[in-house]
Write a protein that binds this ligand. Structure first.
Ligand code: IPD
Ligand code: CA
Ligand code: CA
Length: 267
């Protein structure tokens, strides 16, 4: 059983409330698939609605905390030591296409340090939570990163840059290196869930670049508290600032990070 702080209870309650709306809207999206225009506007509205619920619930539970949210941006609070970092819907493309792989992601920062993270997939009802020093949990069951040490046995997740993103050649070089060394590469479409799955030992490792703080803040706490390691593309701790991330157990994350560094260099 997880014993969590009152702050985590506030996070869980907020996520569950926002999730009810997302789930209703996801059901509707499935019906809208057949229309040519598709459900894009509807999804944007669903995303904003979920963020509003999270903002209201977290503000009620912890008055004065600041926010960094995907839609609303930075909102300064009276309390300068605490900040919520929120993605109300991570995996928008999946949601839009009726693919049930998306999540709400909430992290809490105290004095610039990530101290709590929650990633919740409403469709599978999987609630991943972690607080600094307390371990990581999936629906109250303790989770740990996988123990595999060899890339050759590892299933590795990533994110593939799409239309309008600048890093295509770099990604192709990275993928070219990684796919030659690992047992399998996966692309789920939600960075928050990718990290939650690493924490749960489902994925052995994960890397992606050009992410935003709200995509990864909660997942970073999950992986660390599950006994794993997280760094940026240079083995440093600046994931939120650089948007690059490599995660896994200590050995695999280092091996993957070393391999990825070769992508920038001529063969
Ligand atoms: C996206 C997802 C995806 C990642 C993208 C993110 P969104 O977030 O996390 O897995 O590859 O780069 O932008 O747009 O669905 O909130
Ligand atoms: Ca996101
Ligand atoms: Ca989002």
């Amino acid at each position: 059983m997880s014993r969590h702080t009152p702050s985590m209870s506030v996070m869980v309650a907020a996520a569950r409330k926002a999730a009810r709306g997302l789930q209703r809207d996801f059901g509707e999206v499935e019906n809208l698939q057949v229309s040519l225009k598709g459900p894009a506007n509807f999804v944007t509205a669903a995303d904003k609605k979920a963020e509003k619920v999270l903002f209201e619930e977290l503000s009620k539970g912890r008055p004065g905390y600041g926010f960094l949210m995907e839609e609303g941006g930075e909102i300064e609070g009276a309390d300068k030591t605490h900040r919520w970092i929120i993605d109300p819907l991570d995996g928008t493309t999946n949601f839009l296409h009726g693919i049930p792989v998306f999540a709400i992601s909430i992290a809490l920062e105290r004095d610039g340090q990530l101290v709590a993270g929650l990633v919740y997939n409403p469709v599978t009802d999987e609630m991943f939570i972690a607080e600094k020093g307390q371990g990581a949990f999936l629906n109250d069951r303790r989770i740990r990163v996988a123990a595999r040490r060899e890339l050759g046995q590892a299933v590795v997740a990533t994110g593939i840059p799409h239309l309008g993103r600048p890093e295509h050649p770099k990604f192709m070089a990275e993928l070219g290196l990684v796919m030659n060394e690992v047992a399998g590469v996966r692309r789920m479409g939600s960075a928050a869930l990718d990290l939650a799955y690493v924490a749960a030992g489902r994925f052995d490792a994960y890397w992606e670049t050009n992410l935003a703080a709200w995509d990864i803040a909660a997942g970073i706490v999950l992986v660390r508290e599950a006994g794993g390691f997280v760094s940026d593309m240079n083995g440093r701790d600046t994931m939120l600032a650089t948007g690059g991330i490599v995660a896994g157990n200590e050995i695999l994350s280092r091996k993957l990070g070393d391999l990825l560094k070769k992508a920038g260099k001529p063969a």
